[in-house]
Design a protein around this ligand. Structure first.
Ligand code: SF4
Ligand code: SF4
Length: 214
C-alpha cells in the first residue's frame, strides 16, 4: 500500500457512478433485520500472521466520533478506542493506526443495547454500509441476516452512495496517515496487541496524533 496506488484506486472509484453500486445492492434484496449480529463479537478474523481482529473491531473516522459525541454528549474515549489490532513499535513507542468503536465487557459495541443500535441516526459511516464493502474487484458482501429478505423498500440508493463515500474517505485517510507517520511506517510490521495489554500508545488518524492509555 503506497500513496501512488491509493491515488490510483481513488481515481478509479471516482469514475464509478453510484448507480452501478446500487444495482449490485438491489440484487441482494437486502433489508436490515436489526438482528445486531454485526454489532457483536462473533469470531476473530486472521488478517496476517501477526494480526487477528475480532469481527466487530469496527474502524471509524474522527468525523464519525465527533458526530456521535455531538449527538450523545459522550466523551471521545467513551465512543472510541485506539485500534490495537493495527499497531507497530518504533523504538520505545507503540504507534497505532486509527480508532475503533468502543466495546463493552461482553465485547459488543457499547451502543448496542436491548437488541438494537442506540445511535442509529448518527451511526458510523461503515455501519451504514454493512454488509457491503468495496473490494478490489467490486462489491463484497459480508455475513448478514438481512440478505434476500427484502420486504420493505430499503434505501439502496442511500447505501450505494454511503459505500462510495466511505471507500473514498478511507483511501484519502490512508494517504493522510502514510504522510503523517512518514518513514516510521512499516506496513509489514503491523501487529495486534495482546487483549489485556496495557501501555501508552500514539494514535495516528490522518488528522492528529493522540497519546492514549490502553
Ligand atoms: S446489517 Fe445484517 S447483520 Fe447487521 S443488524 Fe442488519 S441484518 Fe443484522
Ligand atoms: S454503532 Fe450501532 S450499528 Fe454500529 S456497531 Fe454499534 S450498535 Fe451496531
Amino acid at each position: 500500500m503506497d500513496i501512488t496506488s491509493l491515488r490510483g484506486r481513488i481515481g478509479r472509484l471516482e469514475q464509478i457512478h453510484s448507480s452501478t453500486l446500487i444495482h449490485e445492492i438491489e440484487r441482494t434484496n437486502f433489508s436490515c433485520a436489526r438482528c445486531g449480529w454485526c454489532c457483536c463479537r462473533n469470531f476473530d478474523i486472521r488478517i496476517t500472521e501477526n494480526i487477528s481482529r475480532p469481527s466487530n473491531a469496527i474502524s471509524i473516522f474522527p468525523g464519525d466520533i465527533r458526530r456521535i459525541i455531538k449527538m450523545t454528549g459522550r466523551k471521545w474515549d467513551e465512543v472510541a478506542e485506539p485500534d490495537k489490532y493495527s499497531c507497530f513499535s518504533n523504538g520505545d513507542d507503540v504507534l497505532v493506526i486509527g480508532w475503533i468503536l468502543k466495546r463493552n465487557d461482553e465485547d459488543n459495541c457499547v451502543f448496542y443495547k436491548n437488541g438494537k443500535c442506540t445511535i442509529y441516526s448518527c451511526r458510523p459511516l461503515i455501519c451504514r454500509c454493512y454488509p457491503f464493502f468495496m473490494g478490489e474487484k467490486g462489491i463484497e458482501i459480508m455475513h448478514c441476516e438481512g440478505l434476500w429478505k427484502k420486504t420493505l423498500n430499503e434505501n439502496d440508493l442511500e447505501i450505494g452512495r454511503a459505500l462510495k463515500r466511505y471507500e473514498l474517505k478511507k483511501l484519502h485517510s490512508y494517504i493522510r496517515i502514510i504522510e503523517q507517520v512518514g518513514d516510521k511506517l512499516n506496513i509489514a510490521a503491523l501487529k495486534s496487541l495482546p487483549e489485556k495489554y496495557s501501555c501508552d500508545v500514539l494514535v495516528f488518524d490522518g488528522e492528529s496524533v493522540s497519546k492514549c492509555k490502553l
